[in-house]
Design a protein around this ligand. Sequence first.
Ligand code: NAD
Length: 290
Amino acid sequence: MNQRPTGYVVGLIGTGVGPSLTPALHMAEGRAHGLDYVYRTLDLDALNVAPTRVGEILDWARTLGYNAVNVTHPCKQIVLPHLDRIDPVAAAIGAVNTVLFTADGLVGHNTDTTGFASGFVEGLPDAALDHVVLVGAGGAGTAVADALLRLGAGHLTVVDVDIDKATALVAGLAQRHPLAHIDASSFDKLSVLLPAADGVVHATPMGMAEHPGIAFDPALLHPHLWVADIVYRPLDTALLQAARAAGCRTLDGGHMAVYQAVDAFALITGITPDAARMSRHFRRLVANPS
Ligand code: NAD
């Protein structure tokens, strides 16, 4: 019988990852399962290594006995050619945030998209998905869009200040979800789209501590619209405050952030973590990061 390892070494590769909450989240959950679980940031800025050398970092990590790494900005796509196998969901999206070092080689997964889906189901159960508007067609928006379509969104409209990004995302989505009704729309059409939509997911940096504000006019919010924000620093964004004031059901970005870690932990260890415990820990960390 195969014995599960009791010791794990995991890394987070990306630029500016020093303040990430993910290491603390994984290590506390590992300890709770009696594991010797070490999770360290591998900050490319601090290491003075160009992101294009991500393949070398993977080689080193494997050589040094790492079990897995999370991969974040700006490496989620440039890591792909260095992998031996990519999970179909991650391959479809064309981005990976978790790499397992297995006996059969390097295997990539995308727990941003599975994490958004799980967090959505938990936090907004029974939310209507007939027409959903996604604001923000960047890396995170792509993971969210795929998750919404896997959850059964009937009609997905993608909006971005950069219409070319919205159009490109829709073209990719249409290829992998040929039966879905997906379209791109210009930002100024939100005044027509939101009054008729069931829900909106916000996936731009607006609302983060360093980008304060709301990406679109909050006067467009109405009580029949659910509002999901994926920004999680802070958790209670200006958008969510406006949405509650307008009578909307809301979902904060902590759900996606926690479930991407829940899913990564499960992939790395084979152990189902306690998602509620990780969520409580995450919310304490966001409130008091030091
Ligand atoms: P990105 O830079 O790849 O994409 C952001 C997109 O938003 C771009 O396409 C940009 O054109 C668009 N945009 C910017 N301002 C806009 C506006 N006012 N209106 C409409 N579109 C606008 O960034 P990303 O990696 O996709 O991340 C976006 C945000 O998502 C991050 O800032 C972070 O807060 C959040 N995020 C959360 C999680 C989570 O787990 N909860 C995970 C990843 C990212």
